[in-house]
Every structure is written in C-alpha cells, then in structure tokens.
Design a protein around this ligand. Structure first.
Ligand SMILES: *[C@@H]1O[C@H](CO)[C@@H](O)[C@H](O)[C@H]1NC(C)=O
Ligand SMILES: *[C@@H]1O[C@H](CO)[C@@H](O)[C@H](O)[C@H]1NC(C)=O
Ligand SMILES: *[C@@H]1O[C@H](CO)[C@@H](O)[C@H](O)[C@H]1NC(C)=O
Ligand SMILES: *[C@@H]1O[C@H](CO)[C@@H](O)[C@H](O)[C@H]1NC(C)=O
Ligand SMILES: *[C@@H]1O[C@H](CO)[C@@H](O)[C@H](O)[C@H]1NC(C)=O
Ligand SMILES: *[C@@H]1O[C@H](CO)[C@@H](O)[C@H](O)[C@H]1NC(C)=O
Ligand SMILES: *[C@@H]1O[C@H](CO)[C@@H](O)[C@H](O)[C@H]1NC(C)=O
Ligand SMILES: *[C@@H]1O[C@H](CO)[C@@H](O)[C@H](O)[C@H]1NC(C)=O
Ligand SMILES: *[C@@H]1O[C@H](CO)[C@@H](O)[C@H](O)[C@H]1NC(C)=O
Ligand SMILES: *[C@@H]1O[C@H](CO)[C@@H](O)[C@H](O)[C@H]1NC(C)=O
Ligand SMILES: *[C@@H]1O[C@H](CO)[C@@H](O)[C@H](O)[C@H]1NC(C)=O
Length: 699
C-alpha cells in the first residue's frame, strides 16, 4: 500500500497554484491596508485611500527628479508609473503574490467587459508608454529588463532609453504589460477605479444543509492525501481521523470513536471558553507529519502548563492584582500551541492513523489574565507561516487596554515561522514565548515598542478566521463584539481593528481603564466590512456572538459561489456576504434562509413551533478538500448541499440534477436588504424570531 504519487503531486500543485493566484481588495505592496489621506499627496496627487503617506510621496518625488526625464510627455507617464505605488490596489498592480515587480503591470489591450476595471483611459497603456518614451533618456530606469528579471543582471544598467533595453514594443509589452482578461487589475496611467456599472448579483434563495454527524466539534481540517478524510477535534481534547460520506450517498461520517488520532484530554483544561481550540497540519505534512494543537491548560493540574503571564510589567499589569475568582492563581490558565508528530518512524505520514502523544516541541505558552476571550485558532497561511488568533484576554471592556497595546500579545493576530527554530539563547535574548522565529516581514520586527509576533491588532475575540481558497490575500476574521455589534474584518499586515477604542465602527467608552486609554484620533482603525447589530438577533443585550466561516468555493451549490458564509453562535441566523464590484472590498450581507434536506442522512430536529432546523450553538465551520463547507454545531455536523434538496431555487444548478426532485415554489426567505453605511462597512438589518433565540440562550 502507498499513496499514489499523483495525489501528492496534485496536492503540491494546487498549493502552488493557490500561492500564485491574484487577488485585490484594496491592499498595499507590503500587505498593509491603505491609509485614508487627510489631504491629497503633494507630488503624486493621490487622494482618499492610498498606500503612500506624505513621506513616501516625497521619496517618490526625489526618485523622479533623479531620473532627469527631459521630455514632458514621457515625464508625465513615468511619474504616473512611479506613483502607482500609492494606488490603493498597489499589491495587485505590482503582483506581490508572484515575483515582485519594479513597475506595475501595464494595461496592454482594449479592456474586455469582464474586466473589473472601468477606466476607458486604461486601453493600451503599454503601447502608449513605448510610443511616448522610446527615445527619451531616463536615468536609473525602472524599465530595465534586469530589474524585471530580478536575478542576474547581465544587462548594462547604464542604459537609459527603452529602445536600447528592449528589442521592440512587442518585447517590451509582453514583459511589462498584460491583457486584463482574467479579471486581474492593470495600470492604465490613472488610479484604478473598478467597474460598478454591472448589476450586483442577487442573493441565493436559501442554504440547504444535510446532517452527517451527531458529534460536537470545534475544528475540522482536511487530510492532505486528497481523499475524503478529515480531522475533527472536540473542545474536551480529542482528535479523530474520520471519513466524510459523498454527497447524496445517504452516508454519515465514519470513524471509531474509541480510537482517536490523538487524545489530549488529560492535559487540556475544558470549561466554557477553555479547551482544545484548534488543530492545524503542516503544509508539508505528507513529508514531515507535523501536527499542531492549540489548547488551554491549568498549571495547577499539569506541570507542562507553565508560561510567562500575559499580565506583566511590560504592559503595566500586576499579576497579583488579577481577580482570584474561584481561588484561581494569577495566570493559572494558559494558552498553548504544542507540536506533535504522527505514528512511529516507519509510518508514512499520510498513512498514519494516530499521532504520538508525546509533545515534540512547545511552540507557544502564555498565561491568561481572565477566563474568556482567548480565541485560540491556528491556521497555516498561503505563505507557509502559522497564524494564531488571540483575544483581549477577557474582562468587560478590555480593562487593561491590551488589544491596543502592542507590547501585549492579547487582542492580536500573531504570525510565526515554525520552520526555523531559535536556539535556547535566542529564545531568552529575544523574549520569545516559545520555539518559533519571527518572519522577517512581520510588521513590527524593527519596532522595540511592539512584540514582533504581531501581525494585526485591536481585536476583542477573533472567533474563526479563514483564507479564501481562491484569493490568498482575502484573510477574513470575525471578531466577537461586546454590547452592540459583531464584526467581519479583512485582516491585513499591521492593521488595527479598533477594539477597545471602537466596537465595530462606533466609538467605545470603557467603564474602567486601569490600563490607560488610547485616544480616538491616535489610531487609524480599519472598520469591519460586514457584521450585524445585537438588536438584529436578540432584544437581550449581550446575547449575540459571531462565528466566522468561509468564502464558498465549492461547485455543489453554485448560487453560493464566491460568497462569504458566517453565522451567529446562538444558531438562529446565518448570513452570506457578497462583494460588489468584485475585488473592491465592498461587501453587502444578507440573512440567509436555511433548512435541512428532507433526505438528510441523519434527520434534523426542528426548533419547536418552527421548520427551522435546531442547530444549537454554531461553534465553527469547516472546509474539505473539495471546498465543500460544513457547519460545526453543538448538535452535529451539517454539510452545505445542493439547494434543490431543500426545494430552494438556484437557476445555476445543473438542471439534470434538479429534475430528479419535484420542483416546488421557492420559499420566500426572511431576508432583508442590507444598507451601505460606508465604503467598508455594511450592517444588515435583520428581524428575526428573537423568542427562538431566547430558547437556546437558556440551554
Ligand atoms: C539632466 O538633463 C539635462 C538636459 O537634458 C542635462 O543638461 C543634465 O546634465 C542632466 N543631469 C544629469 C544629472 O544627468
Ligand atoms: C462594466 O461592466 C458592464 C457589465 O459587465 C459592461 O457592459 C461595461 O462595458 C463595463 N464598463 C467598462 C468601462 O468596462
Ligand atoms: C524615435 O527615434 C526613431 C529613430 O531615430 C524615430 O523613427 C522615431 O520617430 C522617434 N520617436 C519619437 C516618438 O520621437
Ligand atoms: C556604468 O557607468 C559607470 C560610470 O560611468 C561605469 O563605471 C560602469 O563601468 C558602467 N557600467 C557598465 C556596465 O557599462
Ligand atoms: C501587448 O501589446 C503588444 C504591442 O501592442 C502586442 O504585440 C502583444 O501581443 C501584446 N501582448 C499581450 C500579452 O497581449
Ligand atoms: C457596494 O455594493 C452595493 C450593493 O451591491 C452597491 O449598490 C454599491 O454601489 C457598491 N459600492 C461601491 C462603492 O461600489
Ligand atoms: C445520531 O443521533 C440520532 C438521534 O439520537 C440517532 O438516531 C442516529 O442513529 C445517530 N446517528 C449517528 C450516525 O450517530
Ligand atoms: C522549546 O521546546 C522544547 C521541547 O518541547 C521545550 O522543552 C522548551 O521549553 C520550549 N521552549 C519554550 C520557550 O517554550
Ligand atoms: C527603541 O528605539 C528607539 C528609536 O530607534 C531608541 O531611541 C530607543 O532607545 C530604543 N529603546 C530601547 C529600550 O531599546
Ligand atoms: C479613560 O476613559 C474613560 C472614559 O472616557 C475615563 O472615565 C477614564 O478616566 C480614562 N482613563 C484614563 C487613564 O485616562
Ligand atoms: C446598529 O446600531 C447603531 C447604533 O445604535 C446604529 O447607528 C446603526 O444604524 C445600527 N445598524 C443597523 C443596520 O441597524
């Protein structure tokens, strides 16, 4: 027995394709989010949202002057090309996901109607650059082929004219231009503007679910052998390797409950917000069998549960002042990421059916100030680094202001390199919290006032994040709100998502603030792209909590294609978020009607007095190898299936499939239209049977 090579290579190939895929919500070359300018840039004239501040604008001016372009028509073109770095879509224009470029991709054809870009001027800009600048001397020319090729610059770098550097316009434009036909952006001489003249797509009529398991899990991770196997982990501390049934087979999840893949329940501390929070497998699991678990432990119960306290002198927090409810010691509970390895040495990782329970390496340990808001999800990003989601550590209103304090890891998203290990002395001199190193391009690596692990800040309790399988720069995290509103955020490098200065887009006033305040105008918050007010799901304050899902990328329900799915924890509401124009970062969310297929392998019970399936608490979502999406709730595992199985109408669904079932009029969903509050904020107003939510609340 052995896993066919083709399956492994298919997996590696799809990883490569993924990594090279382009993407484009507003995002700068360094993966940071554009700034909102208070006044237009003096040199580049960009206004509003831009990737340059006034200092970078000055640098571009200096660079431009040093080029000494005599011809004024060419000078103006060269200037526009230099200034494209300031465009809010510069990450896309300079293709940061592939080989970084010295000039943006120059539009090279008359735009097709599928292009997301609307500017007529874009046209054949590359041809215009050639025609206008061909004989003009440009010192330190960015058009030099050696810069484009990056490596080995055998080309004479003293050449100044593009006709000296390139054989012909065709050569030049084949290298620097790109026909904008695949929906990606190109530079046409002016700031990018997206085509929003098309009609926004209409919402799906409903989400159809089938129940395929009774268990309650927090994480589901596909096995990388390309099969239908997945890892499930529950909050108590057990991980199973299970087989998913094919859709329509009538089957259920198959696994032997008495034989977990790994059982950590002896070391995991399980309570309301404590437990085994997440699992992750290394991107090269097939070769190295590395397996990671993120969990909580109690240091009075397990000697391995000993880390530095998050409440410490660096952040003006005195551990002896921490509340000792239930007689707890300061930082008694800890958040841990531990590494394990599959089976014995002679087992091929892909064949392993169990992991070695002995911890291989401790990646991270940190003592927690309170008993809530410590996220805990771990995900390997498309860049191969490990992202770790951490809440503000609890206490109403983040009393110590941890989420805004970059000397604290609380209220942050962290990014670790777990492929390069530090020496014991590096761990102590660099003040690391475990066995990882800091990726060189983490945003605060050179800032001695910040913890270098931080990727993004200002989060309250990021509860479920995912990378879009088709667009790696769309890293979405939902953040649980306190009194008023729930958030869906696009996470960017160095982004500050506002908590505790803001709750969603609304200024927040803390009741107590022993940790000091951050003033409203001292930060540049990134507001949520979607979310909902607590009043939308319940009239009772505090009884809403968001659970983030996935961009739906499966072909199973074509009407959900490309939409972001998320839910309220209390199980009464799910939403889909649609981006329009595509690539714009402008999302509108709508409440989704959902029901359970009549032919569901396990019959779904209903909420008393309603036809709504009783999902219980929606803890999390999962995505399998085929990009099918699963709801992981307290009552079981539900898969999103063809909408016709619930008699919802989806005109994109294969008609042959639909005809098998008797057609029925589509139920009118209790959906309301969302309102656009600002460019990056839209909250859908939802009127729901709040009495039903109350029933679950009292569980
Ligand atoms: C810039 O161009 C002008 C006129 O074309 C020329 O006189 C001058 O020497 C150039 N400066 C440099 C630094 O090359
Ligand atoms: C914008 O999109 C619409 C619909 O796809 C298309 O008809 C129109 O030509 C496009 N406009 C531009 C300027 O590309
Ligand atoms: C550039 O130089 C070539 C050859 O000397 C000439 O044919 C062409 O017209 C010139 N182009 C411009 C835009 O001046
Ligand atoms: C470029 O110019 C400098 C100074 O004029 C000279 O020293 C150098 O050799 C030149 N390089 C090439 C590759 O011609
Ligand atoms: C780019 O434009 C040049 C010149 O107009 C043309 O010869 C070439 O085929 C174009 N390349 C692409 C990829 O469209
Ligand atoms: C954002 O999306 C909404 C709904 O799809 C649309 O009406 C609006 O024009 C979009 N806004 C922008 C700035 O494109
Ligand atoms: C799930 O639970 C239901 C109701 O208790 C039971 O009838 C069914 O056999 C269970 N199915 C599986 C696969 O555990
Ligand atoms: C690094 O890993 C080793 C092996 O698990 C462990 O003994 C050590 O404590 C870890 N270091 C830190 C700082 O966690
Ligand atoms: C931090 O960096 C600043 C500026 O680089 C420097 O002035 C300061 O002394 C540094 N502080 C510490 C504690 O190293
Ligand atoms: C922080 O802000 C709150 C509310 O505005 C205020 O009551 C409190 O005194 C402030 N604390 C400090 C340390 O400035
Ligand atoms: C959410 O609540 C805020 C504050 O009460 C309000 O301004 C906003 O309009 C609400 N949004 C929706 C969509 O109801």
């Amino acid at each position: 027995m052995g896993v066919p090579f083709s399956i492994i290579s298919f997996y590696l190939l799809s990883l490569l394709l993924l990594a090279n895929n382009l993407s484009a919500h507003p995002l700068c070359i360094d993966s940071s989010y554009p700034l909102t300018l208070k006044s237009p840039l003096k040199f580049c004239h960009y206004d509003g949202s831009s990737c340059c501040n006034s200092k970078q604008d000055m640098q571009l001016q200096k660079q431009f002057q040093s080029m000494n372009v005599s011809d004024s028509a060419c000078a103006s073109i060269v200037k526009s090309i230099l200034c494209a770095r300031c465009d809010q879509f510069s990450a896309e224009l300079f293709r940061v996901n592939s080989v970084p470029r010295s000039v943006p991709v120059l539009c090279n054809s008359t735009l097709s109607s599928t292009s997301p870009q609307s500017s007529q001027a874009a046209g054949n800009f590359c041809s215009k650059v050639w025609d206008t600048c061909m004989n003009v001397s440009v010192l330190n020319s960015p058009f030099s082929p050696s810069l484009q090729r990056q490596a080995g610059s055998s080309v004479n770098s003293n050449l100044t004219k593009i006709t000296e550097m390139w054989q012909s316009k065709t050569d030049f434009c084949n290298a620097l231009g790109e026909a904008s036909e695949d929906g990606s952006l190109c530079f046409g001489g002016e700031p990018v503007s997206l085509n929003n003249t098309a009609e926004p797509p209409s919402s799906p009529s409903g989400l159809c679910l089938e129940k395929i398991g009774n268990g309650s899990y927090l994480s589901m991770v596909p096995h990388p052998d390309g099969s239908n196997r997945v890892f499930f982990s529950n909050q108590q501390g057990k991980i199973w390797l299970a087989k998913l049934p094919k859709e329509g087979s009538g089957g259920v999840i198959e696994f032997d409950e008495s034989r977990p893949f790994l059982d950590l329940s002896d070391i995991v501390h399980f309570d309301a917000e404590f437990g085994l929070m997440s699992i992750a497998i290394h991107p090269r699991f097939a070769e190295n069998g590395r397996f990671f678990a993120s969990f909580n432990c109690d240091k009075t119960e397990w000697h391995g549960c000993e880390g530095r306290c998050a409440c410490n002198s660096d952040v003006d927090c005195d551990p002896s002042m921490l509340p000792t409810d239930n007689g707890a010691q300061p930082c008694q509970y800890q958040s841990v990421i531990a590494e394990f390895s599959v089976g014995g040495t002679n087992t091929k990782p892909l064949m392993a059916t169990s992991a070695n329970p002995a911890e291989v390496r401790r990646i991270f340990t940190m003592g927690l100030p309170f008993t809530s808001h410590h996220g805990g999800q771990i995900i390997f990003g498309p860049d191969g680094h490990l992202y770790y989601m951490m809440g503000d550590g609890g206490g109403s209103g983040d009393p110590y202001n941890f989420a805004q304090n970059k000397r604290s890891l609380l209220g942050k998203i962290m990014r670790f390199d777990v492929n390069t290990f530090p020496s014991a002395s590096e761990i102590s001199t660099e003040g690391l919290w475990g066995n990882y190193t800091i990726p060189k391009d983490n945003p605060y690596i050179n800032d001695n006032q910040s913890q270098p692990e931080i990727w993004a800040s200002g989060l309250r309790n990021p509860w479920r994040c995912s990378f879009d399988a088709e667009r790696p720069s769309y890293f979405l995290c939902t953040d649980v709100g306190q009194d008023m509103t729930e958030e869906v955020n696009i996470i960017t490098k160095g982004g500050n998502y506002g908590w505790r200065v803001y709750e969603g887009p609304y200024p927040f006033t803390p009741l107590t603030s022993p940790g000091g305040n951050t003033s409203l105008n001292s930060i540049n918050p990134i507001f949520p792209v979607m979310g909902y007010n607590h009043s939308a799901v319940s009239s009772k304050q505090g009884s809403a909590s968001i659970t983030g899902g996935y961009f739906y990328r499966s072909s199973t329900d074509p009407c959900m294609s490309g939409r972001y799915l998320y839910a309220d924890l209390y199980g009464g509401a799910m939403w889909e978020g649609t981006e329009f124009p595509e690539e714009s970062g402008n999302f509108t969310s709508s409440l989704l009607s959902f029901s359970c297929a009549a032919d569901s392998p396990i019959k779904c019970s209903s909420v008393p007095g309603s036809s709504l399936p009783a999902l219980g608490y929606i803890f999390s979502f999962g995505e399998d190898q085929n990009k099918d999406v699963y709801v992981l709730s307290s009552s079981g595992v539900y898969r999103v299936v063809r909408s016709s199985r619930c008699k919802y109408t989806c005109s994109k669904e294969n008609t042959a499939d639909v005809s098998v079932l008797s057609p029925a009029p589509s139920p009118s969903p209790s959906r309301s239209s969302a309102s656009q509050l600002s460019k990056h904020l839209c909250m859908s107003l939802v009127i729901l049977l709040s009495s039903l939510v109350m029933v679950w609340l009292d569980i």
